[in-house]
Design a binder for this molecule. Structure first.
Ligand code: FMN
Length: 370
C-alpha cells in the first residue's frame, strides 16, 4: 500500500541558497496555498558540529511546517546534525542529494552521492535512527545518466525516508533544458513512499495538470515562486474551483515594496537589501512582458530609493495582461515541461502513467540487498 504525504496542501517552497532565509519564508508563508517551507542546505562536514548554529536554522512560522535541509556524506555527523535540528523543532529533516556545484562534487556530497546508493542508504539510515519525525531526501535524476534512479529511490525508501523529492534533471544538466517529468511518474509507479515532483512548474494550472498526469503526491516550486509569488495561492484557488488571482502592476509593486521594507528593517549592512531585492527583481522581472526593460533598469539601480522609483513608474501602472503571472500561463514567456519535446508523451502519460516506467531501467536492488 502507498503511504500518504505527511502534510497538506501538497506544495513546497523549494530550498534555495541565498533566498529562502527566515524572512523570505515568512513572506511566502503568509500567502495561502503553501504546504511546507524549506531552509537552504546546511553543510555538514566532518568537523565537530556546532549545535548552536544548527539550532539557529530552525526558525519556524506558525501554521506552515519547516523542512531543514542538511548536506554531507559522513553517516555519524549527518545523524548528529539530523538529531539536533529535529530536537530543535524541524518538522522535516531533508538530505540534499542534488547539489550540482563543483565544490559539492569535489567533496562527494549533494548530487555526487547519487553515484553511490550504498553510501546514501548508510547515511540516511543513520539519520533515520535519530529523527523520530519526518525524514526526506531531495534528489536529481542521476549524476550523468538516469539509469540508476530506481536503485537510488529504493535505497532512500529502504532507509526509511517518509518521502522523496525529485528534480528530474541530471547533475550534468545543471539548469539546462527542461525537467524530464517522466522520471517522476516512473518513480511514483515503482516505490511506495510519496513522491514530490520539482522543476520548471512556471504556471499554476499546468503544474496541477502535470501533478495529475504524473500521479505524483505533491509539487515543489522554486524559481517560479520567486517569479510569481502568487503561484501557490493560484494552485489552491484552482483546487477549490475559485477564480485564481491574476496580479496586476499595483499588486506586484506592493509586493516588492513590502519585501523591500522587510529587507531594510532586518538587514543592517547598507548594501544587503539592494542585493536581496535585485535577486528577487531578477525573477519577477522575467514575468514582465516588456523586452526586459524593467529588469535592465532595476538591476542597474544604485540605491533602494532608485529601485522604488523604478517600480512605481514601470511596474505599478501595468495592467494584469502585461504580466505573465496568469495561472494558465497565457503569455508563455517560460518553457514548461508539458510543452517540451522531452515530455511529448505527457498526454499519453496522463492516460497510462505506468507506461513511462520503461524509460527508467529497472534495477535489481531490493531492500534486502542492503
Ligand atoms: C538560487 C538557487 C538556490 C538553490 N539552492 C538549493 C539548496 O540549497 N538546496 C537544494 O536542494 N536545492 C537548491 N536549489 C534547487 C531548487 O531547490 C530546485 O530544485 C530547482 O530550482 C528546480 O526547481 P524550480 O524549477 O522549481 O526552480 C537552488 C536553486 C536556485 C535557483
Amino acid at each position: 500500500m502507498k503511504d500518504a504525504l505527511p502534510f497538506t496542501p501538497s506544495t513546497m517552497l523549494a530550498p534555495m541558497e541565498g533566498v529562502t532565509d527566515p524572512l523570505f519564508r515568512e513572506v511566502m508563508a503568509e500567502r495561502p496555498g503553501l504546504g511546507v517551507v524549506c531552509t537552504e542546505f546546511v553543510r555538514i562536514s566532518r568537523a565537530p558540529i556546532r549545535a548552536v548554529h544548527l539550532r539557529a536554522e530552525v526558525v519556524k512560522i506558525p501554521g506552515v511546517p519547516l523542512s531543514v535541509q542538511i548536506m554531507g556524506n559522513d553517516a555519524d555527523c549527518m545523524a548528529d546534525a539530523a538529531g539536533i535540528v529535529s530536537e530543535a523543532g524541524a518538522d522535516i529533516v531533508d538530505i540534499n542529494l542534488g547539489c550540482p556545484t563543483r565544490k559539492a562534487s569535489k567533496n562527494g556530497v549533494g548530487a555526487a552521492m547519487l553515484k553511490d546508493p550504498d553510501l546514501l542508504y548508510k547515511v540516511l539510515s543513520s539519520m533515520r535512527a535519530r529523527v523520530p519525525g519526518c525524514l526526506s531526501a531531495k534528489i536529481r535524476a542521476g549524476w550523468d545518466d538516469a539509469t540508476h534512479i530506481l536503485a537510488i529511490a529504493q535505497a532512500i525508501e529502504a532507509a526509511g525516508a517518509n518521502f522523496i523529492v525529485v528534480h528530474p534533471r541530471l547533475r550534468t544538466d545543471a539548469f539546462k533544458g527542461v525537467a524530464d517529468w517522466r522520471i517522476v511518474a516512473a518513480l511514483k509507479s515503482q516505490i511506495s513512499i510519496p513522491v514530490i515532483g520539482n522543476g520548471d512548474c512556471w504556471y499554476a494550472a499546468p503544474a496541477l495538470h502535470l501533478q495529475k498526469a504524473m500521479q505524483c503526491d505533491g509539487i515543489m516550486i522554486g524559481r517560479p515562486a520567486l517569479r510569481n509569488p502568487w503561484i501557490f495561492q493560484q494552485m489552491a484557488q484552482i483546487r477549490s474551483a475559485e477564480t485564481p488571482v491574476h496580479p496586476d502592476g499595483a499588486m506586484v509593486a506592493a509586493f516588492l515594496h513590502d519585501l523591500m521594507g522587510r529587507f531594510c528593517a532586518a538587514l543592517h549592512v547598507p548594501t544587503a537589501p539592494i542585493g536581496r531585492m535585485k535577486e528577487i527583481i531578477g525573477w519577477v522581472g522575467r514575468a514582465i512582458d516588456d523586452d526586459r526593460l524593467f529588469l535592465r533598469q532595476a538591476l542597474r539601480a544604485k540605491s533602494i530609493q532608485e529601485i522604488q522609483v523604478i517600480i512605481d513608474t514601470m511596474i505599478a501602472p501595468l495592467p494584469a495582461h502585461a504580466i505573465d503571472m496568469h495561472s494558465e500561463g497565457l503569455l508563455q514567456l517560460e518553457k514548461c515541461p508539458e510543452n517540451s519535446d522531452k515530455n511529448t508523451e505527457f498526454s499519453a502519460v496522463s492516460r497510462h502513467p505506468c507506461a513511462v516506467s520503461s524509460h527508467v531501467h529497472k534495477s535489481h536492488v531490493t531492500r534486502t540487498d542492503f
